[in-house]
Design a protein around this ligand. Sequence first.
Ligand SMILES: C[S@@+](CC[C@H](N)C(=O)[O-])C[C@H]1O[C@@H](n2cnc3c(N)ncnc32)[C@H](O)[C@@H]1O
Length: 180
Amino acid sequence: MASFIYTLPPFAAFTPISNTKYANSINPTRNNTITLSLASKSNTQYQENDDYQATLKALNSKGRFPRKSLGQHYMLNSSINEQLVSAANVKEGDLVLEIGPGTGSLTNVLVNAGATVLAIEKDPYMAGLVSERFADSGCVKVLEEDFTRCHIYSHMSSMVSSKDSSSEEPGHAKVSNNIQ
Ligand SMILES: C[S@@+](CC[C@H](N)C(=O)[O-])C[C@H]1O[C@@H](n2cnc3c(N)ncnc32)[C@H](O)[C@@H]1O
């Protein structure tokens, strides 16, 4: 598994920020029952806690198991996601392409950092889940697609233009993922 966030000084070179191997994630070989309950947003954060217990509880009720074929295992430690986002220096106004949001735990931290997120998720169930989770946020667009077949540029550029027209100082475009 590779876990990293790339920072693109507007559409320039990639710089890997971090690599976490299987730490604090649900192993798909474990017999965990998985359901994701959708948290309500607080005043400043979309969801305050995405830690192990919260995620297990969330993954519990719909009998949903991680699919090995899609390399599904989920980050259960919100502080690691916070470190990733901090290391990538994600700031208010940034536009982040997130490949494979899964449960949306990293998405949540990105949103709380002030980013707008384009999340591309191949699994229809997880895509629906993330869409629902962030439906009210106004800053997450979810595409149910295989990122290798997705016309990322057109989606990113349409989001960049809409952001540029609404802000005085455009942010950076960044890419994050945690896929196997
Ligand atoms: C290892 S999980 C990580 C989920 C989440 N980022 C986390 O850290 O908890 C990888 C995610 O990528 C998705 N995925 C795998 N291959 C993909 C592809 N080709 N295009 C889009 N999403 C993909 C999986 O369905 C899964 O939700």
